[in-house]
Design a protein around this ligand. Structure first.
Ligand code: HEM
Length: 143
């Protein structure tokens, strides 16, 4: 679900998709091993992608810049709640976040997501207004 929503939002916000693609190039380089499996150290270098994954405050507005390094630390630590908080918070939050990054770096190295398509994107939880997205394989040997 989270991966699907990230991809749909990136289709609607090409400036952030470009920033994610730039970060992929920065981390994986542009050579033959661009599609190599990401290491744990690689995954730690995705500040932009991580900001894209999170959502808060003003959650109705897609603005990953609120999570970029120079803007963090201004909100209260208990404001960010997608994994709950306290004694019964999500035990899989670290793993879930890592898994999201692994999926997204693999998908985004191969495809570009565009708004509009005849097909309607459908999730098990559906957005109020349908989000239409199409997926274009990236050119060249890397894709
Ligand atoms: C994006 C991925 C995920 C999200 C957004 C998410 C979110 C949540 C939330 C909101 C809760 C309730 C916390 C509370 O009541 O305060 C929760 C609980 C839990 N989550 Fe996740 N979760 C994710 C992935 C995972 C994964 C990958 C695992 C296991 C590998 C996992 C295992 C659990 C467990 C066992 C609980 C119950 C903890 C308890 O009641 O003590 N979650 N999760």
């Amino acid at each position: 679900m989270a991966v699907s929503y990230v991809l749909a939002l990136l289709a609607l916000h090409p400036e952030w998709q470009d920033a994610a693609h730039q970060e992929l190039k920065d981390v994986f380089g542009e050579g033959d091993d661009y599609l190599r499996a990401p290491s744990l150290a690689d995954l730690g270098r995705f500040g932009v992608l991580e900001s894209i994954i999170k959502f808060f405050p003003d959650p109705q507005r897609f603005d990953p810049s609120r999570f970029l390094e120079d803007r963090v630390g201004k909100e209260h630590a208990c404001c960010y709640l997608p994994f709950g908080l306290g004694a019964r918070n999500c035990v899989g939050s670290q793993y879930g976040r890592l898994q999201l990054k692994v999926y997204l770096v693999d998908i985004l190295r191969r495809f570009r997501f565009l708004p509009c398509s005849r097909r309607e994107v459908s999730f098990s939880l559906n957005p109020i207004k349908p989000i239409r997205v199409s997926c274009m394989p990236l050119d060249g040997p890397r894709a």
